[in-house]
Design a protein around this ligand. Structure first.
Ligand code: UN1
Length: 504
């Protein structure tokens, strides 16, 4: 294994001067072999007020830079990400264990959102609204909001920062980035690309426009608690959201919460089964089941269940599990032992609750990687949607449930606390439209004939219920990064009151 040696070279090509960040607080391990790849210093929480003040000062200037000029900075960032794609992808693979294709795909997601944000920088417009009063006009404006904190999880250490920061920056907001301690290097590599863009952009960018804070949860808390932070965009578990949400609500801070998912696929008798199998495999085992959009529940019509499993089980048996840097590997390691233990615990629970293990679940490659946690993706046939099935286990663990009527399938899809992503495989228009309709899937994303994961950046990303209820990335998610003002303008010589009120 030469990953560690390679990694040092790649990190320096990414502009990361490791000694500058070295310390004893954060130990970063590669899940590939469990080796420590860096030891970083955490920012003392006592320094957070200065960090936040710098962002507040940067806001004073950045909000006055015309949005299309702000877009130019993000265009440069996109170019830097494009140039560094292979290197940042490699850092992601080493640090969180993504296969090469998925590491590259994650950086591409950053490039894509930058390009989206550049176009958006000329389209931050509000409506013009007719007034009920003569000689009056109403319009909306969107203004920059203030410093934005971006707190991210280990599993998308680059893209989630990019899709928040690119939009926040064109909207006129400075950003403070707190990456997961498990993925600080991928965060740094992505941030360095932004720093290079800022350098090229020159003195039009105020000092403190983009800052990264490596630290533990106290640093994140300082961001959540500060009234100077206008918006906190936090990605992680539902328990994390339960802590952050009420704190923000108490200070009327804005939030974007992207929390747990428990995503389902409904497969009906009108489905193209071969297509469904391909989608199941990618969305259930891709990223070793560690996407918030991972397929976790397969809801199959009873009549086709066996036929589907007959195709799916051989596909699971032929999965190439191993070193994510090796060409041909499809499933890399879990992030750490805790994650492996949690998966084992869920499988046991599922069995106690009447489930039958149909595939996988066992640790793999223990001889070659005694400190790496590789696992055979598991499928468990469940008699019902029991307590464990309602729970998100962040690992490649797929539950199979059966149904007889579409209404039952939709009820199962919706009967979990989370509401991120969902999909139906069917070529029957009635089934498809019912699933997409008002009484259909209650998730933020509902797809047809594609899996629940791997969303494009152009749409709004996020989900309902315990997923948080917010949206980020494309569509009109940018509006959350701005404050809207409604302006009523009287160009007459009279002062008519709305609602016909006479006041004299
Ligand atoms: C996440 O897992 O936190 O839709 C984000 C997807 C990716 C993003 C996932 N575009 O699977």
């Amino acid at each position: 294994m030469t990953t560690t040696a390679d990694l040092q070279t790649v990190l320096s090509r990414c502009g990361i001067d490791l000694p500058r960040y070295s310390g004893h607080d954060i130990s970063v391990h590669s899940p590939i072999d469990g080796a420590e790849i860096a030891r970083l210093a955490a920012l003392p929480v006592a320094q957070m007020p200065q960090v936040i003040d710098r962002a507040t000062q940067a806001f004073e200037q950045w909000r006055l830079v015309p949005a299309p000029v702000r877009g130019e900075l993000v265009r440069l960032w996109g170019e830097e990400l494009r140039r560094a794609k292979a290197d940042i992808g490699h850092v992601i693979s080493c640090e969180v264990g993504k296969i090469v294709q998925e590491g590259l795909g994650e950086v591409q997601e950053g490039v894509d959102i930058c390009e989206f944000a550049v176009g958006l920088s000329r389209q931050l417009h509000g409506k013009t609204i007719v007034s009920e009063r003569p000689g009056h006009r109403i319009m909306e404006q969107y203004h920059p909001l203030g410093p934005v904190a971006i707190i991210t999880a280990f599993n998308f250490p680059s893209a989630v920062f990019a899709w928040n920061a690119a939009i926040a920056l064109v909207c006129g907001n400075p950003v403070i980035f707190k990456p997961s301690e498990k993925a600080a290097l991928s965060g740094l590599a992505t941030f360095k690309a932004l720093e290079r863009a800022i350098e090229q952009f020159g003195n039009r960018a105020p000092a403190g426009l983009a800052q990264i804070v490596l630290g533990t949860s106290d640093v994140a808390e300082a961001l959540v608690d500060s009234p100077q932070i206008a918006l906190v965009s936090a990605t992680g578990s539902t328990p994390m959201g339960r802590t952050v949400g009420p704190k923000l609500a108490a200070r009327f801070g804005k939030r974007i919460l992207e929390l747990g998912g428990n995503n389902a696929m409904v497969v009906t008798p009108a489905a193209d089964l071969d297509l469904a199998v391909r989608a199941i495999v990618f969305s259930a085992v891709g990223t070793a089941g560690q996407r918030c959009t991972t397929l976790r529940r397969l809801i199959v019509h009873r009549d086709i269940k066996q036929a589907l499993l007959d195709k799916l089980l051989p596909a699971y048996r032929s999965l190439r599990i191993g070193d994510p840097l090796q060409a041909g590997t499809l499933v890399g390691p879990l992030i750490d032992k805790a994650s492996f233990d949690a998966m084992q615990h869920s499988i046991e629970q599922a069995q106690q609750q009447g489930g039958q293990l149909l595939a996988g679940g066992q640790r793999q490659l223990e001889q070659s990687f005694p400190h790496g946690f590789y696992v055979a993706p598991a499928i468990v046939d469940m008699p019902a949607q029991t307590a464990i099935v309602q729970h998100e286990t962040f690992a490649p663990l797929l539950y199979v449930l059966s149904y007889d009527e579409l209404a039952q399938a939709i009820a199962l899809n919706n009967d979990v606390p989370q509401g991120l992503s969902s999909c139906i495989f069917s070529n029957d228009l009635r089934e498809v439209e019912t699933f997409l309709g008002a009484a259909g899937s209650d998730c933020g994303m509902a797809n047809v004939n594609i899996g629940p994961s791997g969303a494009e950046i152009g749409g709004a990303f996020g989900g309902e219920k315990e997923t948080g209820g917010d949206r980020e990335s494309g569509s009109d998610a940018w509006k959350q990064y701005m404050r809207r003002t409604t302006n009523t303008i009287n160009y007459s010589r009279e002062l008519p009151l709305a609602q016909g009120i006479q006041f004299e």
